[in-house]
Design a protein around this ligand. Structure first.
Ligand SMILES: [Cu+2]
Length: 147
Protein backbone atom coordinates (compact mmCIF):
# COMPACT_ATOMS: atom_id res chain seq x y z
CA UNK A 1 0.00 0.00 0.00
CA UNK A 2 2.68 2.44 1.02
CA UNK A 3 4.65 1.75 -2.15
CA UNK A 4 1.57 2.30 -4.33
CA UNK A 5 0.95 5.62 -2.64
CA UNK A 6 4.52 6.69 -3.31
CA UNK A 7 4.28 5.77 -6.98
CA UNK A 8 1.03 7.69 -7.27
CA UNK A 9 2.61 10.74 -5.62
CA UNK A 10 5.51 10.58 -8.06
CA UNK A 11 3.14 10.47 -11.01
CA UNK A 12 1.16 13.45 -9.76
CA UNK A 13 4.35 15.42 -9.16
CA UNK A 14 5.70 14.82 -12.66
CA UNK A 15 5.98 17.87 -14.94
CA UNK A 16 2.71 19.30 -16.18
CA UNK A 17 3.74 19.43 -19.82
CA UNK A 18 4.44 16.59 -22.13
CA UNK A 19 8.12 16.84 -23.05
CA UNK A 20 7.56 17.63 -26.72
CA UNK A 21 4.62 20.01 -26.40
CA UNK A 22 4.84 23.61 -25.24
CA UNK A 23 1.72 25.66 -24.56
CA UNK A 24 1.84 29.41 -23.98
CA UNK A 25 -0.58 32.32 -23.64
CA UNK A 26 -3.56 30.17 -22.74
CA UNK A 27 -6.59 32.33 -22.01
CA UNK A 28 -10.36 32.27 -22.12
CA UNK A 29 -12.66 35.14 -22.87
CA UNK A 30 -14.76 36.12 -19.87
CA UNK A 31 -18.38 35.18 -20.64
CA UNK A 32 -21.17 37.71 -20.42
CA UNK A 33 -23.73 36.95 -17.70
CA UNK A 34 -25.72 33.90 -18.73
CA UNK A 35 -23.45 33.12 -21.65
CA UNK A 36 -22.59 29.41 -21.76
CA UNK A 37 -20.23 29.42 -24.74
CA UNK A 38 -16.86 31.16 -24.75
CA UNK A 39 -13.75 31.16 -26.90
CA UNK A 40 -10.46 29.77 -25.64
CA UNK A 41 -7.06 30.64 -27.08
CA UNK A 42 -3.47 29.43 -26.78
CA UNK A 43 -0.19 29.02 -28.62
CA UNK A 44 1.00 25.46 -29.01
CA UNK A 45 4.39 24.28 -30.27
CA UNK A 46 5.34 20.65 -30.78
CA UNK A 47 8.91 19.44 -31.24
CA UNK A 48 7.58 16.65 -33.45
CA UNK A 49 4.82 16.46 -36.03
CA UNK A 50 1.70 15.98 -33.94
CA UNK A 51 -2.06 16.42 -33.96
CA UNK A 52 -4.34 18.05 -31.43
CA UNK A 53 -7.26 15.64 -31.23
CA UNK A 54 -9.42 16.91 -28.42
CA UNK A 55 -9.62 19.34 -25.52
CA UNK A 56 -11.48 18.87 -22.27
CA UNK A 57 -12.14 21.03 -19.25
CA UNK A 58 -13.72 20.27 -15.91
CA UNK A 59 -15.68 23.55 -16.14
CA UNK A 60 -17.34 22.73 -19.45
CA UNK A 61 -19.62 20.00 -20.77
CA UNK A 62 -17.89 20.16 -24.13
CA UNK A 63 -14.93 21.80 -25.85
CA UNK A 64 -14.80 21.95 -29.63
CA UNK A 65 -11.99 22.85 -32.00
CA UNK A 66 -13.14 25.65 -34.30
CA UNK A 67 -11.83 27.69 -37.16
CA UNK A 68 -13.02 31.12 -38.25
CA UNK A 69 -12.37 32.39 -41.72
CA UNK A 70 -13.55 35.04 -44.14
CA UNK A 71 -15.70 33.66 -46.92
CA UNK A 72 -16.85 36.18 -49.54
CA UNK A 73 -16.65 38.90 -46.91
CA UNK A 74 -18.61 36.91 -44.34
CA UNK A 75 -16.97 35.63 -41.18
CA UNK A 76 -17.74 31.95 -40.87
CA UNK A 77 -16.91 29.34 -38.31
CA UNK A 78 -16.66 25.60 -38.62
CA UNK A 79 -15.83 22.77 -36.23
CA UNK A 80 -12.64 20.81 -36.88
CA UNK A 81 -12.05 17.19 -35.89
CA UNK A 82 -8.35 17.92 -35.32
CA UNK A 83 -5.67 20.59 -35.60
CA UNK A 84 -2.32 19.71 -37.13
CA UNK A 85 0.79 20.71 -35.16
CA UNK A 86 3.71 20.73 -37.62
CA UNK A 87 7.12 20.09 -36.13
CA UNK A 88 8.67 23.21 -34.58
CA UNK A 89 5.89 25.55 -35.71
CA UNK A 90 3.92 27.60 -33.21
CA UNK A 91 0.23 27.13 -33.98
CA UNK A 92 -1.75 30.06 -32.65
CA UNK A 93 -5.33 29.69 -31.52
CA UNK A 94 -6.47 33.30 -31.45
CA UNK A 95 -9.53 35.47 -31.97
CA UNK A 96 -10.52 35.46 -35.64
CA UNK A 97 -8.73 32.20 -36.43
CA UNK A 98 -8.39 28.79 -34.88
CA UNK A 99 -9.91 28.68 -31.40
CA UNK A 100 -11.41 26.50 -28.74
CA UNK A 101 -15.16 26.71 -28.31
CA UNK A 102 -15.80 26.05 -24.65
CA UNK A 103 -19.44 25.08 -24.34
CA UNK A 104 -22.01 24.14 -21.71
CA UNK A 105 -20.21 26.02 -18.94
CA UNK A 106 -20.98 24.42 -15.59
CA UNK A 107 -20.36 27.61 -13.61
CA UNK A 108 -19.85 31.31 -14.32
CA UNK A 109 -16.27 32.28 -15.14
CA UNK A 110 -14.85 35.59 -14.00
CA UNK A 111 -11.75 37.45 -15.11
CA UNK A 112 -8.77 36.13 -13.19
CA UNK A 113 -10.13 32.60 -12.78
CA UNK A 114 -7.74 29.79 -13.67
CA UNK A 115 -9.42 27.10 -15.76
CA UNK A 116 -7.90 23.63 -16.17
CA UNK A 117 -7.62 22.33 -19.72
CA UNK A 118 -6.51 18.92 -20.92
CA UNK A 119 -5.22 18.66 -24.48
CA UNK A 120 -5.18 15.23 -26.09
CA UNK A 121 -2.22 15.22 -28.48
CA UNK A 122 -1.23 12.43 -30.86
CA UNK A 123 2.42 12.09 -31.82
CA UNK A 124 3.07 9.14 -34.11
CA UNK A 125 1.28 6.22 -32.48
CA UNK A 126 1.38 7.83 -29.03
CA UNK A 127 -1.51 9.77 -27.54
CA UNK A 128 -0.88 11.82 -24.44
CA UNK A 129 -2.68 14.32 -22.27
CA UNK A 130 -1.18 17.77 -21.78
CA UNK A 131 -2.47 19.53 -18.68
CA UNK A 132 -2.52 23.29 -18.33
CA UNK A 133 -4.48 26.15 -16.90
CA UNK A 134 -5.90 29.06 -18.87
CA UNK A 135 -6.59 32.47 -17.38
CA UNK A 136 -10.00 34.06 -17.87
CA UNK A 137 -9.59 37.57 -19.27
CA UNK A 138 -12.21 40.23 -19.73
CA UNK A 139 -12.52 41.86 -23.12
CA UNK A 140 -14.15 45.22 -23.69
CA UNK A 141 -15.25 44.22 -27.16
CA UNK A 142 -18.35 42.04 -27.39
CA UNK A 143 -17.92 38.39 -28.29
CA UNK A 144 -16.84 38.22 -31.91
CA UNK A 145 -19.30 35.54 -32.87
CA UNK A 146 -22.50 33.89 -31.80
CA UNK A 147 -23.79 30.37 -32.16
CU1 LIG B 1 -16.29 28.97 -32.40
Amino acid sequence: MRLNAMILAALIASPAWAADIKVENAWIREPAPGQEVVGGFLDITSQKDATLLQVKSTVAGMVELHEMSMNNGVMQMRPLDKIDLPKGKTVKLEPGGLHLMIEKLKKPLKAGDRVPLTLKVKTGAKIEDVQLTAEVRSMNAPASHQH
